[in-house]
Write a protein that binds this ligand. Sequence first.
Ligand code: HH2
Length: 279
Amino acid sequence: MTRASAPRRPLVMGVLNLTPDSFSDGGRHADPPAALGQAQRLIAQGADLLDIGGESTRPGADPVPAEIEIARVTPVIAALARDATTPISVDTMKPEVARAAMAAGATIWNDVTALRHAPDSVDVAAELGCQVVLMHMQGEPRTMQAAPRYGDVTAEVCDFLLARAEAALAAGVARDRIWLDPGIGFGKTLNHNLSLLARLDAIVALGFPVLLGASRKRFIAALHPAADAPEARAPGSIAAALAGAQAGVAAVRVHDVADTAQALDVWAAIRDAGEAKAP
Ligand code: HH2
């Protein structure tokens, strides 16, 4: 996936949570017309991809049965796939939800468990032939922030991501369909998040496109207490997106699409001007 006739910079993946309880936009787009309206706004604001989820992964969130998740996401995916050309990702850990989402028109399976939630996840991903995002998480959403521990967080995240990519490849997922994601905020302290954001180049060097999801996350409020409300965290989110751009990530998963796209366009123009001047 690349952007046609535009400066080289990370794709912007707009987040659309069809959940009552997501930490930053929960309950806002609960019915299909409201969700569709928000999806169209995100596309108009410059989203290159959309990530649609029907289950919150915030710390302490309650699990959602597959039928409910499917009922939340598939009508919106089907309507969007009919009317828009923007690639659609489904944010789910359940193979049955991924399968229903692909049948409705999604082409990317974004799995925060890196295809570990169900024993058949890797096989279903291979069978669906979709793109897959393999994300790092220590523990599970309910308890992951209790006491995260690492020796060398970057090395451990890289080892995990490579092992999950190998498991996907062994099951028959094509190499060019695999994305990796360090999982900012998933079983990580402030220092773990910052270490990873400072060493995104090491994850990029693994040789797969990297997706970065730092948008509106709690570490921003830890660094800047005035940004306690998730909607107040756009500037910090953009700072993280620019760190990702500098390290060569392929896409950033964000809530504030217009502001992020603007920041990345300016960043890319400055980089290009510097490259044009280089001897
Ligand atoms: N973060 C969230 C959810 N899904 N997927 C990937 N690949 N990377 C991420 O960093 C990531 C993700 C959490 O953010 P959000 O969707 O806004 O909240 P919630 O999980 O509460 O719906």
